[in-house]
Every structure is written in C-alpha cells, then in structure tokens.
Design a protein around this ligand. Structure first.
Ligand code: ADP
Ligand code: ADP
Length: 228
C-alpha cells in the first residue's frame, strides 16, 4: 500500500531534511510518526502526498511511484488520501456541514448524494448536533472533528494526520485519538505524526521515529521509544 525506499530529501538552503529513510505500511495499519520539531515528519508527509518529490529514493503510494507519477495524476492520488493538520484549516466563512460538503463538491459527487453523506460523516465524528455552526463557534476539538469528517469525505484508504492534537487540551486530545482509532477499526489506514508522549505510552501500536531526518526506530516497544 505504501513503501518508502531509501528516501532522502534535500532542501536548497536548509540541507537534508530526510536521510535514507525506508519503511512500509500495510493496508489497515495504524502507525505513529514521532520525532522532535525539525526531525522531518512534515517533509515525510509531503512526500507521501507527492507535494514534494524525494531527492533520491522512491515513494510508492497506492500504485503511484514518485519516479513516474505525472503532475496531472497527483490530484487523483490526493483524493484517495485524507489529510488533517494541527491548525484544522477549515474555511472560516462556511459552516461545519458546508466545509464537509465542499470536499464532495470538488470531486464531482452528485448533489443528491452530498447531503446524506455529510450527515453520515458528521454523525461518525460525533458532531451531528453542530452541523450548522461556523468554525469560530466550535471548540478546537470540535473543529478537528469537522476537519476529520472532511478528510474522510472521499473514502480515503489512508488518513495522514500531521500533529492533529497539537492545539488541543488533554481531554480533546484523547477523544480525537479514540476517534482516529475508531476510523482505523473501520478499515482506513492511519499515519499520525505526534509529539504526545501520553498517547504513545498508552498505545500498543507501531511507531516510527525520525531524528534529524533519519529513521531511528520502527517497532511496537513504546517503553524503548519513550525512554530514549
Ligand atoms: P518536522 O515536521 O518533524 O518538524 P520538517 O519536515 O518540517 O520537520 O522539517 C525538517 C527540516 O526541513 C527542517 O530543518 C526544516 O527547516 C526543513 N524544511 C522543511 N520544509 C522546508 C522547505 N519547504 N524548504 C526548506 N526547508 C524546509
Ligand atoms: P507545516 O508543518 O505547517 O506544513 P511547514 O512544512 O511549512 O509547516 O514548515 C515546517 C518547518 O519547515 C518550519 O520549521 C519552517 O520554518 C520550515 N520551512 C518551511 N518552509 C521553509 C522554507 N521555504 N525555507 C526554509 N525553511 C522552511
């Protein structure tokens, strides 16, 4: 489903953001991506969405290769991925349901299907009662739920989450993490970049750690990771 093979990424002025990184992810997995600020997590996520290309090595996602994907194919790949960010990135002048509907409109979903699908997605993330609220009327945790509903709109096989709980308090963080677990249990693969040690300690899940652009850990033994 996803393979990163000997990938390095060098930016013109800031140097090597990733060095010889290799790993694979299978369908249905939930994987944490950890590392200090500047370790290369966002860069790796950008390589997976093909927003950036590796300097050397290959990224393969859903049958597309960074060697051969054509610019016009990139939007096709993106539609198969769901992406959520630390800062939610909702449209401020649209309600929760309009934000989710927008993701369906741009992919040409028939109008008659949009309303029921939006309702189903908002219910799935526990926000059916706030459908007509604007982002500024929602808490951070609620805004992230809208962003997750939007990311799921086109039935992605993989959800990429870049520090999705970075702006949330402990309670909202835990709730968002549980929601992502639930989404994973329904079959969507999840790759979640996080700094949150409390989540990692409780979870018994595969974790990939980057340090200064190098993959330094890939496994399930959280005690080894958190101690390091
Ligand atoms: P993280 O997400 O783990 O904080 P990043 O992938 O954002 O790490 O950054 C890794 C390194 O690459 C940092 O040194 C950062 O300054 C650099 N970097 C990230 N994006 C760019 C860019 N677009 N242009 C130049 N350097 C960048
Ligand atoms: P985000 O994770 O929100 O996508 P960016 O990837 O834009 O953030 O930035 C992540 C890191 O990369 C930051 O530390 C930022 O300063 C650095 N960075 C981003 N763009 C550049 C750039 N053009 N040149 C140098 N550093 C950059």
């Amino acid at each position: 489903m996803l393979r990163v093979a000997n990938v390095s990424k060098e930016y013109p002025r800031s140097g090597m953001a990733l060095r010889d990184v290799s790993f694979e992810m299978q369908k249905g997995e939930f994987v944490f991506l950890v590392g200090h600020s500047g370790a290369g997590k966002s860069t790796l996520l950008k390589l997976l969405t093909m927003a950036e290309r590796p300097t050397t090595g290959e990224v393969r996602v859903s049958g597309y290769s960074s060697f051969s994907i054509k610019p016009r194919e990139v939007p096709h790949l993106r539609r198969r991925l769901g992406i959520v960010f630390q800062d939610f990135r909702l449209l401020p002048d649209r309600t929760a349901e309009q934000n989710v509907a927008f993701a369906l409109e741009v992919t040409g979903t028939p109008n008659a299907q949009i309303g029921p699908k939006v309702a189903r997605l908002l219910t799935q993330v526990g926000l059916a009662s706030r459908a007509t609220a604007y982002p500024h009327e929602l808490s951070g945790g609620e805004q992230q739920r809208v962003a997750i509903a939007r990311a799921l709109a086109n039935d992605p096989f993989l959800l990429l989450a870049d520090e999705p709980t970075g702006n949330l308090d402990d309670r909202a963080t835990h709730a968002i993490y549980l929601l992502l677990r639930e989404i994973n249990a329904r079959g969507t693969s999840v790759l979640m970049a996080t700094h949150d040690v409390a989540i990692l300690q409780r979870a018994q899940q595969r974790c990939i750690e980057l340090d200064h652009g190098q993959l330094v850990f890939d496994g399930n033994d959280m005690t080894a990771l958190v101690a390091s």
